[in-house]
Design a protein around this ligand. Sequence first.
Ligand SMILES: Cc1cc2nc3c(=O)[nH]c(=O)nc-3n(C[C@H](O)[C@H](O)[C@H](O)COP(=O)(O)OP(=O)(O)OC[C@H]3O[C@@H](n4cnc5c(N)ncnc54)[C@H](O)[C@@H]3O)c2cc1C
Length: 483
Amino acid sequence: MTETRITPTVAVVGGGFTGLTAAYELAKQGYSVDVYEAAPQVGGLVAGFTLDDGFPLEKAYHFLYTTDNHIIDMAKELGVDDKLDFHPSSIKAFYKGEKYGFTTPLELLSFTPLSFINRVRTGVTGLVLLRLKNWKPLTTITAYDWLCKVNGKKATDLVWKPLLQGKFDIYWDKITMAWLWTRIHVRQTSKIKGERTERLGYFNGGFRIVVDRWLQELEKRDARVYTSSQITSFDEKDGKPMITVGGEQKQYDAVLAALPSNAFARIAGDHPSMTPTYQKQLLDIDYLAAVLLVVTTTKPITDTYWHQIHDLDAPFLVFLSLDSLIGTENTGGRYIYYIGDYTQNDSELMGLTDDQIRERWYAGANRLFPEFSEDIVVESHVFKFKNAQHIVDVTYESRLPEMRTDLPGYYLANFSQIFPEDRGTNYAVREGLKVAEMITKDLGRAGLAIEDSSSSGLTIADLAAETAGLDSDGSDRQKGLVG
Ligand SMILES: Cc1cc2nc3c(=O)[nH]c(=O)nc-3n(C[C@H](O)[C@H](O)[C@H](O)COP(=O)(O)OP(=O)(O)OC[C@H]3O[C@@H](n4cnc5c(N)ncnc54)[C@H](O)[C@@H]3O)c2cc1C
Protein backbone atom coordinates (compact mmCIF):
# COMPACT_ATOMS: atom_id res chain seq x y z
CA MET A 1 0.00 0.00 0.00
CA THR A 2 1.36 3.42 -0.92
CA GLU A 3 0.28 6.89 0.07
CA THR A 4 -0.60 9.52 -2.45
CA ARG A 5 -1.42 13.14 -2.14
CA ILE A 6 -4.42 15.03 -3.32
CA THR A 7 -3.02 18.43 -4.15
CA PRO A 8 -4.98 20.91 -2.02
CA THR A 9 -6.95 23.38 -4.12
CA VAL A 10 -7.16 27.08 -3.37
CA ALA A 11 -9.26 29.72 -5.12
CA VAL A 12 -7.87 33.24 -4.92
CA VAL A 13 -10.67 35.70 -5.62
CA GLY A 14 -9.30 39.11 -6.60
CA GLY A 15 -6.26 39.60 -8.82
CA GLY A 16 -4.86 42.72 -7.16
CA PHE A 17 -1.39 42.79 -5.57
CA THR A 18 -2.62 41.00 -2.42
CA GLY A 19 -4.29 38.19 -4.36
CA LEU A 20 -1.41 37.81 -6.84
CA THR A 21 1.20 37.68 -4.08
CA ALA A 22 -0.78 35.01 -2.21
CA ALA A 23 -1.46 33.05 -5.41
CA TYR A 24 2.23 33.12 -6.33
CA GLU A 25 3.29 31.98 -2.86
CA LEU A 26 0.66 29.22 -2.68
CA ALA A 27 1.56 27.96 -6.16
CA LYS A 28 5.20 27.94 -5.08
CA GLN A 29 4.23 25.81 -2.09
CA GLY A 30 2.61 23.29 -4.42
CA TYR A 31 -1.07 24.08 -4.11
CA SER A 32 -3.38 23.93 -7.07
CA VAL A 33 -4.33 27.58 -7.47
CA ASP A 34 -7.12 29.23 -9.43
CA VAL A 35 -7.22 33.06 -9.53
CA TYR A 36 -10.52 34.77 -10.35
CA GLU A 37 -10.51 38.44 -11.30
CA ALA A 38 -13.71 40.34 -12.10
CA ALA A 39 -11.98 42.90 -14.34
CA PRO A 40 -10.69 42.06 -17.83
CA GLN A 41 -7.12 42.36 -16.51
CA VAL A 42 -5.33 41.61 -13.24
CA GLY A 43 -3.54 44.23 -11.13
CA GLY A 44 -6.51 45.71 -9.25
CA LEU A 45 -5.82 49.31 -8.26
CA VAL A 46 -2.37 49.01 -9.87
CA ALA A 47 -3.78 47.80 -13.18
CA GLY A 48 -2.05 49.21 -16.21
CA PHE A 49 -3.03 50.56 -19.59
CA THR A 50 -1.10 51.74 -22.60
CA LEU A 51 -0.99 55.10 -24.29
CA ASP A 52 -2.10 55.12 -27.93
CA ASP A 53 1.50 54.44 -29.02
CA GLY A 54 1.83 51.45 -26.67
CA PHE A 55 3.72 53.15 -23.82
CA PRO A 56 2.75 51.35 -20.58
CA LEU A 57 1.43 53.22 -17.55
CA GLU A 58 -0.65 52.62 -14.43
CA LYS A 59 -4.26 53.83 -14.43
CA ALA A 60 -3.61 55.33 -10.98
CA TYR A 61 -0.27 56.94 -10.06
CA HIS A 62 1.99 54.56 -8.12
CA PHE A 63 5.44 54.86 -6.59
CA LEU A 64 7.37 53.17 -3.78
CA TYR A 65 9.16 54.45 -0.71
CA THR A 66 12.76 53.43 -0.03
CA THR A 67 11.43 51.70 3.10
CA ASP A 68 8.94 49.49 1.19
CA ASN A 69 10.97 46.37 1.94
CA HIS A 70 8.28 43.78 1.29
CA ILE A 71 7.71 44.73 -2.31
CA ILE A 72 11.40 45.48 -2.86
CA ASP A 73 12.21 41.95 -1.66
CA MET A 74 9.47 40.55 -3.90
CA ALA A 75 10.96 42.47 -6.86
CA LYS A 76 14.34 40.88 -6.03
CA GLU A 77 12.81 37.41 -5.85
CA LEU A 78 11.11 37.96 -9.20
CA GLY A 79 14.34 39.31 -10.68
CA VAL A 80 13.00 42.75 -11.58
CA ASP A 81 14.68 44.83 -8.86
CA ASP A 82 17.16 46.14 -11.45
CA LYS A 83 14.19 47.92 -13.04
CA LEU A 84 13.37 49.80 -9.83
CA ASP A 85 14.93 53.25 -9.53
CA PHE A 86 14.47 55.70 -6.70
CA HIS A 87 14.23 59.26 -7.94
CA PRO A 88 14.44 62.51 -5.96
CA SER A 89 10.91 63.80 -5.49
CA SER A 90 9.68 67.39 -5.40
CA ILE A 91 6.52 68.85 -3.92
CA LYS A 92 4.74 72.14 -4.55
CA ALA A 93 1.73 73.49 -2.73
CA PHE A 94 -0.93 75.60 -4.40
CA TYR A 95 -2.75 78.16 -2.34
CA LYS A 96 -5.07 80.80 -3.85
CA GLY A 97 -3.49 80.36 -7.27
CA GLU A 98 0.09 80.76 -6.00
CA LYS A 99 2.68 77.99 -6.11
CA TYR A 100 4.99 77.36 -3.11
CA GLY A 101 7.91 74.97 -2.67
CA PHE A 102 7.02 72.31 -0.09
CA THR A 103 9.94 69.86 -0.28
CA THR A 104 12.70 71.07 2.05
CA PRO A 105 12.44 72.62 5.56
CA LEU A 106 13.72 75.87 4.06
CA GLU A 107 10.92 75.88 1.49
CA LEU A 108 8.38 75.24 4.24
CA LEU A 109 9.73 78.27 6.06
CA SER A 110 8.97 80.33 2.94
CA PHE A 111 5.28 79.33 2.83
CA THR A 112 4.06 82.90 3.30
CA PRO A 113 0.32 82.20 3.52
CA LEU A 114 1.21 81.24 7.11
CA SER A 115 2.62 83.72 9.60
CA PHE A 116 6.30 83.17 10.46
CA ILE A 117 5.36 81.76 13.88
CA ASN A 118 2.93 79.30 12.28
CA ARG A 119 5.53 78.24 9.71
CA VAL A 120 7.97 77.47 12.50
CA ARG A 121 5.24 75.66 14.40
CA THR A 122 4.40 73.60 11.30
CA GLY A 123 8.08 72.65 10.96
CA VAL A 124 8.22 71.71 14.65
CA THR A 125 5.05 69.61 14.20
CA GLY A 126 6.83 67.72 11.43
CA LEU A 127 9.83 67.12 13.70
CA VAL A 128 7.58 65.97 16.56
CA LEU A 129 5.95 63.47 14.21
CA LEU A 130 9.33 62.25 12.99
CA ARG A 131 10.65 61.73 16.53
CA LEU A 132 7.45 60.13 17.83
CA LYS A 133 7.94 56.38 17.72
CA ASN A 134 4.90 55.18 19.66
CA TRP A 135 1.79 55.70 17.53
CA LYS A 136 -0.54 53.75 19.85
CA PRO A 137 -1.81 56.77 21.84
CA LEU A 138 -2.62 58.48 18.51
CA THR A 139 -5.20 55.87 17.46
CA THR A 140 -8.05 57.36 19.49
CA ILE A 141 -7.60 61.03 18.60
CA THR A 142 -8.53 62.49 15.24
CA ALA A 143 -5.81 63.94 13.06
CA TYR A 144 -7.67 67.26 12.99
CA ASP A 145 -7.92 67.53 16.79
CA TRP A 146 -4.29 66.50 17.32
CA LEU A 147 -3.05 68.96 14.71
CA CYS A 148 -5.17 71.81 16.09
CA LYS A 149 -3.54 71.17 19.47
CA VAL A 150 0.05 70.80 18.29
CA ASN A 151 0.15 72.87 15.10
CA GLY A 152 -2.57 75.39 16.01
CA LYS A 153 -5.98 75.82 14.38
CA LYS A 154 -4.92 78.44 11.85
CA ALA A 155 -2.10 76.38 10.34
CA THR A 156 -4.18 73.20 10.57
CA ASP A 157 -7.07 74.78 8.67
CA LEU A 158 -4.76 76.13 5.99
CA VAL A 159 -2.24 73.31 5.57
CA TRP A 160 -3.82 70.07 6.76
CA LYS A 161 -7.58 70.42 6.47
CA PRO A 162 -7.67 70.71 2.65
CA LEU A 163 -5.45 67.64 2.35
CA LEU A 164 -7.61 65.64 4.75
CA GLN A 165 -10.75 66.80 2.94
CA GLY A 166 -9.30 65.94 -0.45
CA LYS A 167 -8.27 62.49 0.67
CA PHE A 168 -11.23 61.57 2.87
CA ASP A 169 -14.14 63.64 1.54
CA ILE A 170 -16.99 63.73 4.09
CA TYR A 171 -14.96 61.65 6.58
CA TRP A 172 -12.09 64.15 6.81
CA ASP A 173 -12.63 65.04 10.50
CA LYS A 174 -12.99 61.38 11.57
CA ILE A 175 -9.54 60.13 10.55
CA THR A 176 -7.25 58.86 13.30
CA MET A 177 -3.96 60.66 13.90
CA ALA A 178 -2.24 57.25 13.86
CA TRP A 179 -2.97 57.03 10.12
CA LEU A 180 -1.53 60.50 9.45
CA TRP A 181 1.49 59.74 11.63
CA THR A 182 2.50 56.74 9.52
CA ARG A 183 1.82 58.65 6.34
CA ILE A 184 4.14 61.49 7.33
CA HIS A 185 6.70 59.20 8.93
CA VAL A 186 7.13 57.09 5.83
CA ARG A 187 7.55 60.17 3.62
CA GLN A 188 10.08 61.69 5.97
CA THR A 189 12.11 58.50 6.10
CA SER A 190 11.96 57.65 2.38
CA LYS A 191 15.42 58.99 1.79
CA ILE A 192 18.89 57.93 0.87
CA LYS A 193 21.40 58.49 3.66
CA GLY A 194 22.84 61.99 3.60
CA GLU A 195 20.06 63.40 1.36
CA ARG A 196 17.46 65.90 2.53
CA THR A 197 14.67 65.27 0.04
CA GLU A 198 12.59 62.12 -0.23
CA ARG A 199 13.16 59.58 -2.99
CA LEU A 200 10.33 57.70 -4.63
CA GLY A 201 10.66 54.47 -6.55
CA TYR A 202 9.23 53.61 -9.95
CA PHE A 203 9.72 50.51 -12.09
CA ASN A 204 11.22 51.34 -15.44
CA GLY A 205 8.48 49.88 -17.65
CA GLY A 206 5.82 50.40 -14.99
CA PHE A 207 4.44 48.24 -12.18
CA ARG A 208 3.18 45.82 -14.82
CA ILE A 209 6.60 44.20 -14.93
CA VAL A 210 5.92 42.83 -11.43
CA VAL A 211 2.47 41.64 -12.50
CA ASP A 212 3.86 40.03 -15.65
CA ARG A 213 6.48 38.14 -13.63
CA TRP A 214 3.81 36.85 -11.22
CA LEU A 215 1.75 35.67 -14.19
CA GLN A 216 4.78 33.90 -15.68
CA GLU A 217 5.50 32.17 -12.37
CA LEU A 218 1.85 31.15 -11.98
CA GLU A 219 1.76 29.73 -15.48
CA LYS A 220 4.98 27.82 -14.85
CA ARG A 221 3.31 26.16 -11.88
CA ASP A 222 0.10 25.36 -13.76
CA ALA A 223 -1.98 27.84 -11.77
CA ARG A 224 -4.92 29.18 -13.71
CA VAL A 225 -5.79 32.88 -13.91
CA TYR A 226 -9.34 33.71 -15.02
CA THR A 227 -10.03 37.35 -15.86
CA SER A 228 -13.51 38.82 -16.51
CA SER A 229 -14.63 36.25 -13.94
CA GLN A 230 -16.67 37.81 -11.19
CA ILE A 231 -17.46 35.59 -8.24
CA THR A 232 -21.11 35.99 -7.32
CA SER A 233 -21.45 33.81 -4.25
CA PHE A 234 -19.40 32.28 -1.46
CA ASP A 235 -21.12 29.18 -0.10
CA GLU A 236 -20.28 25.78 1.33
CA LYS A 237 -21.01 22.15 0.55
CA ASP A 238 -20.08 19.17 2.68
CA GLY A 239 -18.08 21.47 4.93
CA LYS A 240 -15.94 22.82 2.07
CA PRO A 241 -15.93 26.30 0.51
CA MET A 242 -17.82 26.61 -2.76
CA ILE A 243 -17.78 29.60 -5.07
CA THR A 244 -20.05 30.56 -7.96
CA VAL A 245 -18.60 31.96 -11.18
CA GLY A 246 -20.58 32.43 -14.38
CA GLY A 247 -23.45 30.47 -12.83
CA GLU A 248 -21.16 27.48 -12.19
CA GLN A 249 -20.28 26.22 -8.71
CA LYS A 250 -16.75 25.11 -7.86
CA GLN A 251 -15.47 23.58 -4.65
CA TYR A 252 -12.05 24.22 -3.08
CA ASP A 253 -10.13 23.27 0.03
CA ALA A 254 -9.68 26.96 0.80
CA VAL A 255 -10.85 30.24 -0.67
CA LEU A 256 -8.94 33.48 -0.29
CA ALA A 257 -11.10 36.55 -0.79
CA ALA A 258 -8.52 39.19 -1.74
CA LEU A 259 -11.16 41.81 -2.34
CA PRO A 260 -12.67 44.69 -0.35
CA SER A 261 -14.34 43.76 2.95
CA ASN A 262 -17.74 45.12 1.84
CA ALA A 263 -17.63 43.03 -1.35
CA PHE A 264 -16.79 39.90 0.66
CA ALA A 265 -19.69 40.59 3.07
CA ARG A 266 -22.16 40.88 0.20
CA ILE A 267 -20.95 37.92 -1.83
CA ALA A 268 -20.96 35.70 1.29
CA GLY A 269 -24.35 37.04 2.44
CA ASP A 270 -26.11 33.69 2.05
CA HIS A 271 -23.33 31.52 3.49
CA PRO A 272 -24.74 29.47 6.40
CA SER A 273 -21.99 30.70 8.76
CA MET A 274 -22.46 34.38 7.93
CA THR A 275 -24.05 36.08 10.95
CA PRO A 276 -25.65 39.53 10.94
CA THR A 277 -22.99 40.71 13.45
CA TYR A 278 -20.07 39.57 11.30
CA GLN A 279 -21.65 40.93 8.13
CA LYS A 280 -22.26 44.28 9.83
CA GLN A 281 -18.63 44.44 11.04
CA LEU A 282 -17.49 44.09 7.43
CA LEU A 283 -20.11 46.40 5.93
CA ASP A 284 -19.35 49.08 8.53
CA ILE A 285 -15.95 49.63 6.90
CA ASP A 286 -16.51 52.66 4.69
CA TYR A 287 -14.68 53.09 1.42
CA LEU A 288 -14.12 55.96 -0.98
CA ALA A 289 -13.65 55.75 -4.74
CA ALA A 290 -10.80 57.29 -6.73
CA VAL A 291 -11.12 59.12 -10.03
CA LEU A 292 -8.03 59.60 -12.22
CA LEU A 293 -7.41 61.56 -15.39
CA VAL A 294 -4.17 60.72 -17.18
CA VAL A 295 -3.08 63.35 -19.67
CA THR A 296 -0.13 63.68 -22.02
CA THR A 297 0.82 67.04 -23.49
CA THR A 298 2.93 68.37 -26.32
CA LYS A 299 5.04 70.46 -23.93
CA PRO A 300 6.00 70.44 -20.27
CA ILE A 301 3.94 72.50 -17.85
CA THR A 302 5.85 71.85 -14.61
CA ASP A 303 9.16 70.45 -13.39
CA THR A 304 7.69 69.31 -10.05
CA TYR A 305 6.37 65.81 -9.37
CA TRP A 306 3.71 66.32 -6.72
CA HIS A 307 1.37 69.30 -6.53
CA GLN A 308 -0.95 69.40 -3.56
CA ILE A 309 -3.79 71.85 -3.47
CA HIS A 310 -4.63 73.79 -0.36
CA ASP A 311 -7.76 75.52 -1.63
CA LEU A 312 -10.91 73.99 -0.22
CA ASP A 313 -12.87 74.59 -3.45
CA ALA A 314 -10.24 72.88 -5.66
CA PRO A 315 -11.80 70.50 -8.21
CA PHE A 316 -9.22 67.76 -7.46
CA LEU A 317 -6.72 66.70 -4.80
CA VAL A 318 -3.45 66.17 -6.65
CA PHE A 319 -1.74 66.97 -9.90
CA LEU A 320 1.31 64.80 -10.59
CA SER A 321 3.92 64.95 -13.30
CA LEU A 322 5.40 61.48 -13.86
CA ASP A 323 8.12 62.73 -16.20
CA SER A 324 9.23 65.21 -13.54
CA LEU A 325 9.81 62.27 -11.18
CA ILE A 326 11.38 59.68 -13.47
CA GLY A 327 12.79 61.95 -16.18
CA THR A 328 11.75 62.26 -19.82
CA GLU A 329 14.56 59.81 -20.68
CA ASN A 330 12.36 57.16 -19.04
CA THR A 331 9.10 58.32 -20.60
CA GLY A 332 10.46 58.43 -24.14
CA GLY A 333 10.15 62.22 -24.12
CA ARG A 334 6.48 62.14 -23.17
CA TYR A 335 4.97 64.63 -20.69
CA ILE A 336 2.63 62.61 -18.50
CA TYR A 337 0.30 63.98 -15.84
CA TYR A 338 -2.05 62.38 -13.35
CA ILE A 339 -4.93 64.40 -11.93
CA GLY A 340 -6.74 62.64 -9.12
CA ASP A 341 -9.39 62.88 -6.46
CA TYR A 342 -11.12 60.67 -3.90
CA THR A 343 -14.88 60.74 -3.69
CA GLN A 344 -17.81 58.69 -2.42
CA ASN A 345 -18.55 55.47 -4.34
CA ASP A 346 -21.91 56.91 -5.47
CA SER A 347 -20.94 60.59 -5.75
CA GLU A 348 -21.90 63.04 -8.46
CA LEU A 349 -18.29 62.89 -9.73
CA MET A 350 -18.50 59.11 -10.17
CA GLY A 351 -21.67 59.64 -12.23
CA LEU A 352 -20.09 62.13 -14.66
CA THR A 353 -19.10 61.05 -18.15
CA ASP A 354 -15.41 61.03 -19.05
CA ASP A 355 -15.86 64.19 -21.10
CA GLN A 356 -17.59 65.99 -18.23
CA ILE A 357 -14.67 65.09 -15.96
CA ARG A 358 -12.20 66.30 -18.61
CA GLU A 359 -14.04 69.60 -18.95
CA ARG A 360 -14.14 70.20 -15.20
CA TRP A 361 -10.57 69.18 -14.50
CA TYR A 362 -9.00 70.86 -17.52
CA ALA A 363 -10.50 74.11 -16.25
CA GLY A 364 -9.03 73.37 -12.79
CA ALA A 365 -5.62 72.54 -14.27
CA ASN A 366 -5.69 75.76 -16.28
CA ARG A 367 -6.27 77.76 -13.08
CA LEU A 368 -3.13 76.15 -11.58
CA PHE A 369 -1.01 76.26 -14.73
CA PRO A 370 -2.06 79.03 -17.15
CA GLU A 371 0.13 77.34 -19.79
CA PHE A 372 -2.12 74.27 -19.63
CA SER A 373 -4.98 74.14 -22.11
CA GLU A 374 -6.86 71.48 -24.01
CA ASP A 375 -4.90 72.53 -27.12
CA ILE A 376 -1.69 70.99 -25.78
CA VAL A 377 -3.33 67.68 -24.78
CA VAL A 378 -2.13 64.77 -26.91
CA GLU A 379 -4.35 62.15 -25.31
CA SER A 380 -6.26 61.65 -22.08
CA HIS A 381 -7.83 58.73 -20.23
CA VAL A 382 -10.33 58.67 -17.36
CA PHE A 383 -10.36 55.84 -14.81
CA LYS A 384 -12.71 55.27 -11.91
CA PHE A 385 -12.06 52.83 -9.06
CA LYS A 386 -14.64 52.01 -6.42
CA ASN A 387 -13.43 50.95 -2.94
CA ALA A 388 -10.05 52.63 -3.45
CA GLN A 389 -9.48 53.90 0.10
CA HIS A 390 -10.99 52.83 3.39
CA ILE A 391 -11.85 55.16 6.24
CA VAL A 392 -9.62 54.76 9.29
CA ASP A 393 -11.43 56.55 12.08
CA VAL A 394 -10.67 56.58 15.80
CA THR A 395 -12.59 53.34 16.38
CA TYR A 396 -10.92 51.55 13.51
CA GLU A 397 -8.29 49.53 15.35
CA SER A 398 -11.00 47.67 17.30
CA ARG A 399 -12.91 46.91 14.08
CA LEU A 400 -10.10 45.36 12.03
CA PRO A 401 -11.37 42.19 10.32
CA GLU A 402 -9.44 38.96 10.88
CA MET A 403 -7.80 37.09 7.99
CA ARG A 404 -9.35 33.81 9.13
CA THR A 405 -12.99 34.63 8.58
CA ASP A 406 -16.03 33.29 10.46
CA LEU A 407 -16.76 31.17 7.36
CA PRO A 408 -14.88 27.84 7.50
CA GLY A 409 -12.21 27.59 4.81
CA TYR A 410 -12.55 31.26 3.80
CA TYR A 411 -9.77 33.80 4.29
CA LEU A 412 -9.93 37.54 3.80
CA ALA A 413 -6.95 39.70 2.85
CA ASN A 414 -7.24 43.30 1.77
CA PHE A 415 -5.96 46.74 2.69
CA SER A 416 -8.71 47.36 5.27
CA GLN A 417 -6.67 45.04 7.55
CA ILE A 418 -3.59 47.25 7.35
CA PHE A 419 -3.24 49.51 10.37
CA PRO A 420 -1.95 52.06 11.19
CA GLU A 421 -0.01 52.24 7.91
CA ASP A 422 -1.66 53.62 4.81
CA ARG A 423 -2.62 51.03 2.25
CA GLY A 424 -0.01 50.39 -0.41
CA THR A 425 1.52 47.77 -2.67
CA ASN A 426 4.20 47.12 -0.04
CA TYR A 427 1.57 46.04 2.47
CA ALA A 428 -0.41 44.17 -0.18
CA VAL A 429 2.68 42.00 -0.65
CA ARG A 430 3.18 41.66 3.12
CA GLU A 431 -0.46 40.66 3.70
CA GLY A 432 -0.50 38.35 0.67
CA LEU A 433 2.49 36.46 2.07
CA LYS A 434 0.96 36.40 5.54
CA VAL A 435 -2.34 34.96 4.40
CA ALA A 436 -0.59 32.40 2.18
CA GLU A 437 1.39 31.24 5.19
CA MET A 438 -1.82 30.99 7.23
CA ILE A 439 -3.53 28.91 4.55
CA THR A 440 -0.47 26.68 4.23
CA LYS A 441 -0.46 26.16 7.99
CA ASP A 442 -4.19 25.42 8.15
CA LEU A 443 -4.33 23.08 5.18
CA GLY A 444 -1.05 21.44 6.05
CA ARG A 445 1.06 20.51 3.09
CA ALA A 446 1.07 16.81 3.93
CA GLY A 447 -2.24 16.98 5.78
CA LEU A 448 -4.28 15.93 2.80
CA ALA A 449 -2.22 12.84 2.06
CA ILE A 450 -4.44 9.78 1.81
CA GLU A 451 -3.82 6.08 1.63
CA ASP A 452 -4.13 4.65 -1.82
CA SER A 453 -3.10 1.12 -2.68
CA SER A 454 -3.35 1.58 -6.45
CA SER A 455 -1.33 4.72 -6.84
CA SER A 456 2.36 5.23 -7.01
CA GLY A 457 2.09 8.92 -5.99
CA LEU A 458 4.11 10.86 -3.47
CA THR A 459 4.33 9.78 0.17
CA ILE A 460 4.10 12.02 3.20
CA ALA A 461 7.88 11.73 3.48
CA ASP A 462 8.15 12.91 -0.14
CA LEU A 463 5.93 15.86 0.62
CA ALA A 464 7.81 16.88 3.74
CA ALA A 465 11.05 16.60 1.79
CA GLU A 466 9.62 18.63 -1.08
CA THR A 467 8.89 21.44 1.32
CA ALA A 468 12.52 21.44 2.31
CA GLY A 469 13.64 21.20 -1.34
CA LEU A 470 15.10 17.71 -0.85
CA ASP A 471 14.35 14.25 -2.13
CA SER A 472 12.99 11.90 0.52
CA ASP A 473 16.44 10.32 0.46
CA GLY A 474 17.83 13.72 1.40
CA SER A 475 19.30 14.71 -1.98
CA ASP A 476 18.81 18.15 -3.48
CA ARG A 477 16.30 18.64 -6.27
CA GLN A 478 14.09 21.23 -7.83
CA LYS A 479 11.62 22.80 -5.44
CA GLY A 480 7.91 23.11 -6.18
CA LEU A 481 5.11 20.55 -6.16
CA VAL A 482 2.62 19.57 -8.80
CA GLY A 483 -0.41 21.79 -9.28
C1 LIG B 1 -5.20 56.64 -6.53
C2 LIG B 1 -4.36 55.60 -5.84
C3 LIG B 1 -2.99 55.81 -5.72
C4 LIG B 1 -2.21 54.87 -5.07
N1 LIG B 1 -0.87 55.10 -4.99
C5 LIG B 1 -0.07 54.15 -4.44
C6 LIG B 1 1.33 54.33 -4.46
O1 LIG B 1 1.85 55.34 -4.93
N2 LIG B 1 2.10 53.35 -3.94
C7 LIG B 1 1.56 52.21 -3.42
O2 LIG B 1 2.31 51.33 -2.98
N3 LIG B 1 0.23 52.02 -3.37
C8 LIG B 1 -0.61 52.97 -3.86
N4 LIG B 1 -1.96 52.79 -3.86
C9 LIG B 1 -2.52 51.65 -3.10
C10 LIG B 1 -2.41 50.34 -3.83
O3 LIG B 1 -2.94 50.47 -5.12
C11 LIG B 1 -3.22 49.30 -3.04
O4 LIG B 1 -2.79 49.26 -1.71
C12 LIG B 1 -3.07 47.90 -3.60
O5 LIG B 1 -3.17 47.91 -4.99
C13 LIG B 1 -4.16 47.01 -3.00
O6 LIG B 1 -4.15 45.75 -3.60
P1 LIG B 1 -5.27 44.70 -3.25
O7 LIG B 1 -4.96 43.49 -4.02
O8 LIG B 1 -5.37 44.55 -1.78
O9 LIG B 1 -6.65 45.34 -3.67
P2 LIG B 1 -7.22 45.67 -5.11
O10 LIG B 1 -6.14 46.20 -5.97
O11 LIG B 1 -8.42 46.51 -4.89
O12 LIG B 1 -7.64 44.25 -5.70
C14 LIG B 1 -8.87 43.66 -5.46
C15 LIG B 1 -9.29 42.95 -6.73
O13 LIG B 1 -10.48 42.20 -6.48
C16 LIG B 1 -11.25 42.23 -7.66
N5 LIG B 1 -12.62 41.86 -7.34
C17 LIG B 1 -13.53 42.57 -6.60
N6 LIG B 1 -14.69 41.88 -6.52
C18 LIG B 1 -14.51 40.71 -7.19
C19 LIG B 1 -15.33 39.57 -7.43
N7 LIG B 1 -16.57 39.51 -6.97
N8 LIG B 1 -14.81 38.55 -8.16
C20 LIG B 1 -13.54 38.59 -8.63
N9 LIG B 1 -12.73 39.66 -8.42
C21 LIG B 1 -13.19 40.70 -7.70
C22 LIG B 1 -11.10 43.67 -8.12
O14 LIG B 1 -11.47 43.83 -9.48
C23 LIG B 1 -9.62 43.91 -7.86
O15 LIG B 1 -8.83 43.60 -8.98
C24 LIG B 1 -2.78 53.70 -4.51
C25 LIG B 1 -4.16 53.49 -4.66
C26 LIG B 1 -4.94 54.43 -5.31
C27 LIG B 1 -6.41 54.19 -5.45
